[in-house]
Design a protein around this ligand. Structure first.
Ligand SMILES: *[C@@H]1O[C@H](CO)[C@@H](O)[C@H](O)[C@H]1NC(C)=O
Ligand SMILES: [Mg+2]
Length: 243
């Protein structure tokens, strides 16, 4: 029986795609229940009222989604074998962009948007990123604050983000990003997440929820996050240069 199914899967691409989408639905289902309303004890409520509302700055590519680009007229190479969530044609690139959401992204955005003000900060170009962000937002209005490539700082051929553009108060801003160079100006505010590989079984977003739930109660997020970075040395140099 297993052999027959195996052969059928190899032979019939359509069946393969169907099975892939069934798998996706199973992966999207989340066994971790994080209540949709924020039921807080009076003590927690009081604690929260004593600290500032925080801004969570989210990277897009390889943090929330990973995309794959197909140039028009070219033979596609290495097309991912899982179903995409969204595609659009980008005339400026003469290419079709296929977008793959990281598992649990919708659930993640639902929860964190209750705890934080969200800002998306992507090193991607605006005309590429904005259709994707509109798709991810799904009309909820939670991803309306956006910063793009033109807002990054270029240094030595790489790009870095300065979270001060999203929020002027470093005590109350966090940056979630897969790239340590893009985080390097704000190492003390950064949470590094591993890059999302299309089709991989990935639980990085859902596993971050308890951590992000706790951080919103901090007076200064850096008191915790500075211990989570391997780039303290670099940010110390930057700070001393800035003074
Ligand atoms: C992180 O994501 C960016 C796109 O935002 C990508 O260029 C980079 O290769 C990724 N990985 C790492 C380890 O930086
Ligand atoms: Mg990235």
């Amino acid at each position: 029986m297993g052999l027959v199914v195996g052969v059928a899967c190899l032979m019939i691409p359509r069946l393969w795609l169907l099975l892939a989408s069934v798998y996706r639905i199973c992966v999207e289902y989340t066994p971790i229940i994080y209540p949709s309303e924020d039921r807080l004890s009076p003590v927690s409520k009081r604690r929260l009222s004593l600290v500032g509302r925080k801004t969570l700055v989210l990277d897009m590519d390889e943090t929330m989604i990973t995309s794959w680009l197909k140039k028009s007229g070219k033979k596609p190479r290495n097309k991912p074998r899982v179903a995409h969530d969204f595609k659009f044609y980008l005339p400026a690139y003469e290419a079709t962009i296929y977008v793959y959401k990281r598992p649990y992204l919708d659930h993640f955005l639902d929860r964190v948007s209750k705890w934080y003000d969200l800002t998306v900060f992507t090193a991607g170009a605006e005309l590429y990123a904005s259709p994707i962000l509109d798709f991810l937002d799904r009309g909820r209005g939670i991803l309306n604050s956006r910063l793009y490539r033109q807002d990054c700082i270029e240094m030595y051929g790489t790009r870095a983000k300065c979270v001060l553009l999203a929020s002027p108060d470093l005590c109350n801003v966090l940056l979630l990003d897969n790239s340590s160079t893009e985080c390097s100006f704000n190492a003390g505010n950064a949470i590094l997440i591993k890059s999302y590989e299309i089709g991989s079984r990935d639980e990085a977003l859902i596993n971050l929820l308890p951590f992000l739930d706790a951080l919103r109660f901090m007076k200064d997020v850096r008191s915790v996050l500075k211990h989570c970075t391997r780039f303290e040395f670099f940010s110390t140099i930057l700070e001393s240069v800035a003074q």
